[in-house]
Design a protein around this ligand. Structure first.
Ligand SMILES: Cc1cc2nc3c(=O)[nH]c(=O)nc-3n(C[C@H](O)[C@H](O)[C@H](O)COP(=O)(O)OP(=O)(O)OC[C@H]3O[C@@H](n4cnc5c(N)ncnc54)[C@H](O)[C@@H]3O)c2cc1C
Length: 516
């Protein structure tokens, strides 16, 4: 299917000639994908055209036209994720980059209302000026601050700043057939403070396990919770990327990196730190992730990784403490040190004794620019296993099991040997937990086959071990594997898709499609 001139003109009428294009020079970059989700590096199907609306009403008009012309659409906030592709021909890209306004920061009720192209760094900077902070997607502060744009939205700040699903309050939604629906308190009072009412609540429907990934209409505005910040209004950063760090560590900030003799001890430490509510950040970083964060080149990363590997006694975690006052800081620090002693945590002083290194990590983990180094450093390409979000221990056990399969890939020389130590994290002081396994590799057919084998085993472990539905499960094939083991949820998901998208206009290859 291709877009006719007449159809193109109808879209042009909505946004104006400067904000629509079907030029291949514009369309090819939207379709470039590297790594695991796309197979090997390649172009995915080209969009028919890209349109850039400025308002909810323009989005609605575009969606209605797609329904009328029998076309599909795929919305994108920042396009950072690998789920932004056209599944096939006949798809219009709705690029939301012109919808980039922070509508409101409500200090009293502690939420911010954003459009889709407000990025995490932008909202964070505005919040910090007012004594607040917001969760940052672990994928980077370059991702959308809209809590339903991302896949999960877990990140470095999730210990104190939670994640997408729990942060989302009221929502403005253009449904797949072009209605504008205001969910939560917005539906009854024009206020954004609640996601569930008074007013209609469809939070579970619109979000699901990992958001509908473009397959259920367009989210045009949302409110997200914000959290207290006791740090400076701007961080004292000096230098230029990749060599930048704060000139000094602000008062009442502490960063530590601990290793533990066993996974049980790490778990115990994470549990106690959560229970005592002392940590601003807590991430189960392994030595490879720490090394990637600190290094400014691949060579340095390899050197540091070897060095750190020799210093740690077992699985690790990073903790950031932020004191709200001198007394609060002293209290939290003492509790942390006591927990470390009780769980035999050994501090990796190489990272934290040098204020430049410690300050650099501190800032990169608060602003969340670290992920890019963690995943692309060394090979330029990554994939891996995204565990779910459930009780911390269940997720830690799942990632430990899949880690053994990664060990097998390493032994066969298929992927970069950065160890198979699990990466786990607590969310909201242990309310839930999350685990991931990063795999860095150079794309080639042998690696690809090995990774597919790995994913098969990871699915088998999740299903047989009753570890729940992991975050890597999206799209028909994966849902069909998991659904029969989980109350046939895939059949319900298809019913939702069919009810809200009768014309199949919202391209659903990464969500679910209604099979004929
Ligand atoms: C290097 C890397 C590291 C990552 N690490 C993490 C991590 O630590 N934690 C985590 O949770 N995720 C992680 N991810 C996944 C990440 O959340 C996604 O990449 C996400 O896409 C981030 O960009 P975004 O929020 O701007 O959404 P986009 O990339 O723009 O879109 C993501 C998906 O949501 C849909 N979508 C986006 N905006 C809208 C909208 N307004 N209306 C309707 N549909 C929309 C898109 O169609 C797409 O399917 C990582 C990804 C990468 C590439």
């Amino acid at each position: 299917m291709s877009l006719t001139k007449e159809q193109y003109a109808t879209f042009e009428d909505i946004v104006g000639p400067g904000y629509i294009s079907a030029d291949p020079v514009i369309l090819y970059p939207y379709s470039w994908r590297s790594g695991l989700y796309a197979g090997l590096d390649k172009f995915t199907p080209l969009f028919e055209a890209a349109v850039l609306p400025r308002s909810t009403e323009e989005v609605q008009a575009i969606v209605r036209l797609c329904n009328k012309h029998g076309l599909q659409f795929k919305a994108t906030s920042t396009n950072w994720g690998p789920y932004n592709d056209a599944g096939g021909p006949g798809v219009i890209k709705i690029d939301l980059r012109r919808m980039n306004r922070i509508i409101e920061i409500n200090e009293k009720n502690m939420y911010a209302v954003v459009e889709p192209y407000v990025i995490g760094a932008q909202l964070q900077a505005e919040c910090m000026k007012r004594g607040f902070n917001c969760n940052q997607n672990g994928a980077g502060a370059n991702c959308s601050a809209l809590p339903i744009a991302a896949h999960g939205g877990y990140g470095h700040l999730s210990q104190s700043g939670s994640y997408g699903e729990r942060n989302m309050l009221a929502l403005e939604w253009v449904t797949p057939d072009g209605e504008i629906i205001r969910l939560g308190s917005l539906g009854s009072s024009d206020e954004w403070f609640c996601g569930d009412g008074p007013g209609p609540s469809l939070r579970g429907i619109v979000r699901g396990n990992v958001t509908p990934l473009g397959g259920l209409g367009v989210f045009t505005k949302a409110a997200t919770k914000i959290y207290p910040w006791s740090g400076p209004t701007t961080f004292p950063i000096e230098g230029v990327s990749p060599r930048y760090a704060p000139s000094h560590i602000p008062p009442h900030f502490l960063i530590r990196f601990f290793s533990f003799p066993s996974l049980d001890m790490l778990d115990e430490a994470q549990r106690k730190i959560g229970e005592s509510e002392i940590a601003y950040e807590l991430m189960g970083f392994n030595p490879a992730m720490a090394a990637s964060n600190i290094a400014t080149s691949n060579e340095e990363m390899v050197k540091l990784f070897k060095e750190f590997g020799g210093m740690v006694q077992g699985p690790c975690c990073m903790v950031i403490i932020v004191g709200d006052s001198p007394n609060d800081f002293e209290y939290k620090t003492r509790v942390l040190m006591q927990i470390a002693e009780e769980t035999e945590g050994k501090s990796l002083d190489k990272i934290t004794d040098d204020p430049k290194v410690a300050g650099g990590c501190l800032w990169r983990w608060i602003r969340s620019t670290a992920s890019i180094r963690e995943v692309f450093r060394a090979t330029g390409c990554f994939g891996g296993e995204v565990g779910g979000t459930d009780t911390y221990r269940l997720m830690a056990d799942y990632i430990t099991e899949t880690g053994k399969c990664k060990g097998d890939l390493i032994k066969r020389g298929l992927v970069y040997n950065d160890g198979s130590s699990p990466f786990t994290q607590c969310i909201e002081n242990g309310h839930t937990g999350h685990g991931e396994l990063l795999i860095r590799y150079s794309p080639n057919p042998a690696t690809w086959d090995g990774l597919m084998e790995f994913m098969g085993k990871a699915n088998e472990i999740a299903i047989k071990g009753h570890f729940g539905v992991p975050g890597h499960v999206f799209g028909d094939a994966q849902h069909d594997v998991y659904g029969p083991h989980v109350s046939n949820y895939h059949l319900w998901l298809r019913k939702i898709k069919k009810s809200f998208d009768p014309n199949n206009a919202s391209e659903g290859s990464n969500y679910i499609t209604v099979k004929k």
